[in-house]
Design a binder for this molecule. Structure first.
Ligand SMILES: Cc1cc2nc3c(=O)[nH]c(=O)nc-3n(C[C@H](O)[C@H](O)[C@H](O)COP(=O)(O)O)c2cc1C
Length: 177
């Protein structure tokens, strides 16, 4: 007998709204495809109990996910390890261009790699977010320029949609242990 996975927790951690907007899109698209996806701010420390699968997203700040996302993963590691989990980050690195940018954008920051090691997500994907010039320190602006970085709304909705549909495809065909 095939048991379909239905209930999905979509949790996010962000500060400026772009991570929340991507998580909102993911949850809405999963719901539109017949799954039951609940959207949670990870700062509210949602419980994994009652969910068959989990999608987690966080903005990247200084090479790490936000503390709320890291804490959620560490506190729920056992529960996450036995569920299908997808992890996404939102930052500037996926949009980097040029020789240096190409080298940098494929590097998974150590702290994110450690979380992946801990819970073994089915996939980790780095999405580009919204990058503001305002408030960015001079050094950061120089580094960004050298790495082919840009400012503005860099969200790639087509890529987000494709990624979300790969989750639906897996869940619709999955048989939980
Ligand atoms: C202080 C600061 C540090 C950042 N550090 C990183 C980083 O290490 N890696 C990255 O890819 N993006 C970095 N970014 C870009 C943000 O992650 C990006 O703007 C993201 O879309 C913000 O998400 P939010 O709107 O959900 O808060 C940084 C931005 C700021 C302002």
């Amino acid at each position: 007998m095939t048991n379909h996975i239905d209930r999905v927790l979509v949790g996010y951690a962000g500060t400026g709204g772009s991570t929340e907007s991507i998580a909102t899109f993911v949850a809405a698209r999963l719901n539109a495809r017949g799954l039951t996806a609940d959207l949670w701010d990870l700062a509210e420390r949602p419980s994994v109990e009652g969910y068959d699968a989990v999608v987690l997203g966080s903005r990247v700040r200084d090479g790490a996910l936000l503390r709320a996302a890291e804490n959620f993963v560490w506190h729920n590691a056992d529960a996450l390890r036995v569920r299908p989990v997808w992890l996404f980050s939102v930052g500037i690195s996926p949009s980097l261009r040029g020789p240096v940018g190409h080298l940098l954008r494929d590097i998974v920051p150590t702290r994110i790699a450690e979380l992946c090691e801990l819970i073994g997500p089915r996939d980790y994907h780095a999405f580009a977010g919204v990058v503001s010039r305002q408030g960015a320190p001079l050094l950061a602006r120089i580094v960004l320029r050298l790495c082919g970085g840009r400012y503005g709304d860099l969200r790639d909705w087509q890529a987000i949609e494709t990624w979300t549909d790969s989750i639906t495809a897996y869940l619709r065909g999955a048989v939980p242990a």
